[in-house]
Design a protein around this ligand. Structure first.
Ligand code: SF4
Length: 327
């Protein structure tokens, strides 16, 4: 479970942020498990190696303590787009996630996301506890048992088949947004064969979206590296056959210096779907924060007829008109 959230400690034990997340806007992180309690020992884990696997679910911390911290942040009035349950390890090792989500929802209408490695989805109780989450983001880094063992290094008994079957079963039962994360690692799962295996397996899972992520943070193993650009683009292409893919590379939206705005945006959209809010942010930078100029430019771009709007999991994307829908 890679975290894409830069943690800024608030002085609280469980709650971090809100921090700006590419995928979840202003995300309030809620840590549910003690440091490095995990069923896996991923080679890319930014938390370091898993010294002792933890596979038994427990209420590691009293729910009231966690809830109290969440409510305190919400009452402070800071803007929050998502409340994100995430652990210093595997989130779903925390027993009672359903009760926590229910309590959070009594206090706020802000949606709740759960970042998890998905390794416990073979358990009915775990799948049931997630049914009221607004979005669930499980990991899926390999489409074969051998690569799964190499990348995720699971605890004994946590097999590839169990992981995949758990995800497939969860998809059948869960009606919220299922956004699968794929951590792309150079030379391991960025090869043609590995990408096709992942796509084939994800067809069975049928996620609402695939989030491609890169190992840009320090990893415990030396061999972990960010793939070359052409492999990232290829991964994007291959996985786009399964669902809409969120491209992992930020910064593609520097429009300040673009002489021909329409050509610049067309070039980006021809490569990958573009979040409308990301485009608007880039236009705001271009027009020095002038909201009406940015909105006007957005309308002009759309009026060119080159783009279509596509809504996926509540998010509006622009895609090329020729390209049509990808999922
Ligand atoms: S699932 Fe992998 S990346 Fe996530 S905490 Fe466990 S070892 Fe680290």
């Amino acid at each position: 479970m890679p975290f894409d959230q830069k943690r800024e400690h608030t002085g609280k034990r469980h709650v971090y942020g809100p921090v700006s997340s590419r995928r979840l806007g202003q995300s309030l992180g809620v840590d549910l498990v003690p440091m490095k309690s995990c069923t896996w020992n991923c080679i890319y884990c930014q938390l370091g190696r898993t010294k002792n696997y933890v596979t038994e679910r427990r209420e590691f911390f009293p729910q009231e303590e966690i809830l109290g911290e969440i409510v305190a942040v919400l009452e402070s009035g800071v803007p929050v787009d998502w409340i994100t349950l995430v652990g210093s390890g595997e989130t779903m090792l925390y027993k009672g996630v359903d009760a926590l989500i229910a309590e959070v929802k009594k206090h706020t209408a802000i949606p709740v996301a759960v970042i998890t490695n998905g390794s416990l989805f073979h358990l009915r109780e775990v799948r049931d506890e997630l049914l009221d989450a607004d979005a669930v983001l499980p990991s899926f880094n390999a489409g074969s048992p051998a690569l799964f063992e190499l990348i995720d290094r699971p605890a004994p008994g946590f097999t590839y088949e169990r992981h995949l079957n758990g995800l497939v079963q969860f998809r059948k039962e869960y009606k919220g947004k299922l956004w699968v994360e794929v951590m792309l690692i150079k030379g391991l799962n960025d090869t043609e064969e590995a990408l096709c295996d992942i796509a084939e397996a994800l067809w069975l899972v049928a996620p609402d979206m695939v989030h491609l992520v890169l190992p840009t943070r320090p990893a415990p193993e030396q061999q972990v590296a960010v793939p070359d650009t052409d492999r990232i683009e290829r991964a994007f292409e291959v996985l786009s056959s399964v669902a809409m893919v969120m491209h992992p590379v930020k910064g593609s939206m520097a429009l300040e210096g673009a002489e021909d705005l329409l050509a610049a945006v067309s070039a980006i959209v021809s490569r990958h779907p573009l979040q409308e809010r990301e485009l608007l942010d880039a236009l705001l930078s271009r027009f020095s924060g002038d909201r009406s100029a940015a909105s006007g430019a957005l309308d002009d771009l759309f009026a060119s007829g080159r783009f279509e709007r596509h809504t996926q999991a509540g998010e509006v994307y622009w895609i090329s008109r020729q390209q049509g829908r990808q999922s």
